[in-house]
Design a protein around this ligand. Structure first.
Ligand SMILES: CC(C)(COP(=O)(O)OP(=O)(O)OC[C@H]1O[C@@H](n2cnc3c(N)ncnc32)[C@H](O)[C@@H]1OP(=O)(O)O)[C@@H](O)C(=O)NCCC(=O)NCCS
Length: 271
């Protein structure tokens, strides 16, 4: 129990610059008190003590202004900042490292029993006053703007705002191949974090992706030509040599035999 409480307190320090001491966090953060109350309620709920679970959750609501149904499934390091007015429904599921601000509702839009509340994946942030309504999924790392009303699934990494919520920023993840090439070049294809978009990094990432596609097409074309006429050489696997500033690393890449005339001063190919 104590390691979990320590973990909860640490997660507050990571996400609230106003937090000063562990004692202050322990005593003055209703979001934490509500989560601890919910852990007890959930245990009671899953052990058949449903009325006691509801009673405990109601007491926690009186004390904190946060209403979490005992049936909700909540992951680790969940943080509700400020908290007043938060409502989390019975069939809501919340992953790890999720942050909610005051006034958030994770609610349903139907009176049917069964799954009717959203599933919030890891590292999602839901802004103050946002309403997420329905049994859909909010993808990992998504961000929901304050006062948004979300009524359909949100892709991982996206930022959504407005009523009804619309995507204003989509996460663009490079393919595995491009990541591998970029790594061997000593370059971060993910272009730093989403909070610090780097246009140069993004441009290089797109070019690497484009080169990768062209290489694959070229290999296919040469294979076909070789099948039609065996005098045509098959494409050989060669290496992409790096410019001097990238050090000595080199990566395997498909390319025709090198043509010194076409090798530029920066990046060139060699067998
Ligand atoms: C949604 C959010 C995460 C976006 O942050 P961001 O990625 O930095 O995006 P930006 O601020 O560049 O905004 C992108 C666009 O969405 C708009 N926007 C941002 N937040 C919005 C919101 N809550 N409602 C409507 N539009 C919003 C911006 O005006 C901008 O529009 P534009 O491209 O036409 O200029 C952030 O605005 C937010 O709402 N965070 C919640 C914070 C919170 O609740 N804090 C409570 C502390 S007590």
């Amino acid at each position: 129990m104590f390691p979990r409480i320590r973990e909860d307190i640490r997660s507050v320090f990571e996400r609230d610059p106003a937090a000063r001491t562990a004692w202050e966090v322990l005593t003055c953060y209703p979001g934490l008190h509500a989560i601890w109350g919910q852990r007890l309620s959930h245990w009671l709920w899953t052990h058949g003590l449903k009325w006691l679970a509801r009673l405990n959750s109601n007491l926690a609501r009186w004390l904190t202004g946060i209403e979490i149904h005992p049936g909700a499934i909540i992951g680790r390091r969940f943080f509700i900042d400020h908290g007043m007015g938060v409502v989390i429904g019975e069939t809501a599921e919340i992953g790890d490292d999720v942050t909610l601000y005051q006034g958030v509702t994770l609610g349903g839009v139907s009176w049917n029993k069964g799954k009717r509340h959203p599933t919030i994946r890891d590292k999602v942030v839901v802004g103050a006053g946002a309403k997420v309504l329905g049994p859909f999924e909010v993808g990992e790392g998504a961000r929901i703007g304050s006062n948004a009303v979300v009524v359909k699934a949100v892709p991982a990494g996206a930022t959504v705002v407005g009523i009804p919520a619309r995507v204003v920023q989509e996460a663009h993840e490079p393919s595995e191949k491009v990541v591998a090439i970029a790594k061997s070049l000593g370059f971060d294809a993910y272009g730093l974090t989403r909070d610090m978009p780097d246009p140069v990094a993004n441009a290089i990432g797109s070019m690497l992706e484009h080169i990768q596609v062209l290489d694959e097409r070229l290999v296919q074309v040469c294979k076909l030509l070789h099948q039609m006429d065996s005098r045509m050489p098959e494409l050989e696997l060669s290496k992409l040599e790096l410019p001097d500033f990238c050090g000595q690393t080199s990566i395997a890449s498909s390319s025709a035999a090198p043509d010194p005339a076409q090798t530029g001063p920066k990046v060139r190919r060699a067998v």
